[in-house]
Design a protein around this ligand. Structure first.
Ligand code: HMG
Ligand code: MG
Length: 301
């Protein structure tokens, strides 16, 4: 089977942002900095470091500027951050960030709960953010949440996902992170959603972002690989979840993803041992076991 799959895949490491935004306790800034530096040492080429969102909404990300100031930036590594509005863009630019991600949703209720705006309103906000960021030479990724289901509305029609994806692309984003916010996707659904999205967005601009709430994330990645997707998001240790998505648990664990990809003979440029070492840095700062199955197998807490 692997002969038909890509020989190389980009893994976008979202642990420092999607992983840590949902932790009940706030991880000390110094520990976050060490975590990001360990992830770059592991060979990650894209690391989502933090989020310049309202600290009232997500206090765990309030130290975004301090984390960016403390990390040791390696050549060739893209250090990215979420930006919800022009205030966030100004903070990101002050912190020396050159790549940001905006985040819209395919379902109205989740959009309202997550960013206090309808989908239409959010796209007006994001147009202003994209225009300013692109004029400044920054790269902008676009996340699209609830593509496989919404915690409030349930089923989300793939046609609606494709419609919002097209509108995001029109803002000038270089890639769309088609996201399973609450981990409801299953491999049978992945081609259906990708069929709809790729009628609007070229396949090479599609990334997949799975949460592993129901244990289907790796199977979904395999379905995505078979479809021809070559960029996947994951979080070291399997941390994660969205504070505004009830029932969302951890992201697909980077360790588990790498174990499968490397086993299939797919190159990532990322060291599995290096990611294990990075995840272990968080032990002691996180009040629960890290969910990654690979990590539990090789380095039980
Ligand atoms: P709002 O309350 O409607 O807007 O929030 P506001 O303009 O009235 O702002 C409220 C307060 O926050 C004000 O302060 C602003 O100044 C301040 P006050 O006047 O009360 O003292 N503020 C800011 N401060 C710093 N940086 C900023 C900023 N913006 C406002 N950028 C807003 C609207 C969008 C700001 C808010 O809803 C927000 O920050 N939401 C972010 C929620 C979030 O981060 N969710 C998790 C990330 S998304 C995710 O996890 C999904 C993803 O992983 C993909 C997937 O899995 O689906 C990406
Ligand atoms: Mg997420």
């Amino acid at each position: 089977m692997s002969a038909t799959l890509a020989s190389r895949v980009t893994v976008v490491e979202v642990g420092p942002r999607d992983g840590l935004q949902n932790e009940k306790g706030v991880v000390p800034t110094e520990r976050k900095i060490a975590f990001v530096d360990a992830l770059s040492a592991a060979g990650h080429q894209v690391i989502e470091v933090s989020a310049f969102v309202s600290p009232k909404w997500v206090p765990q990300m309030a130290d975004a500027a301090e984390v960016f100031a403390g990390i040791t930036r390696q050549d060739g590594v893209r250090y990215t951050a979420l930006v919800p509005n022009l205030a966030g863009l100004a903070r990101a630019k002050d912190a020396g960030v050159r790549e940001i991600a905006i985040f819209a949703a395919a379902s109205e209720t989740f959009s309202r709960r997550n960013i206090n705006q309808s989908i239409d309103e959010s796209l007006v906000t994001y147009r202003a953010v994209c225009d300013a960021a692109l004029a400044d030479g920054m790269r902008v990724r676009g996340y699209l949440s609830t593509c496989f289901g919404c915690p409030f509305e349930g089923h989300v029609p793939p046609s609606r996902v494709a419609d919002v994806a097209a509108r995001l692309l029109d803002l000038g984003v270089f890639e769309i992170g088609v996201s399973d916010t609450i981990g409801v996707a299953h491999p049978g659904q992945v081609p259906d959603v990708l069929d709809a999205v790729t009628r609007q967005v070229p396949l090479e601009k599609v990334a997949l972002h799975f949460h592993d709430t129901r244990g289907t994330a790796l199977a979904n990645v395999l379905a995505g690989l078979q479809y021809g997707v070559t960029t996947f998001d994951s979080a070291a240790g399997g941390l994660g979840g969205c504070p505004y998505a009830p029932g969302a648990s951890g992201n697909l664990a980077t360790e588990d993803l790498l174990y499968m990809l490397h086993g299939l003979g797919i190159e990532t440029g990322v060291s599995l041992d290096g990611v294990v070492a990075a995840s272990q840095l968080l032990r002691g700062s996180i009040a629960h076991a890290l969910p990654s199955r690979y990590l539990q197998a090789v380095a039980p807490a």
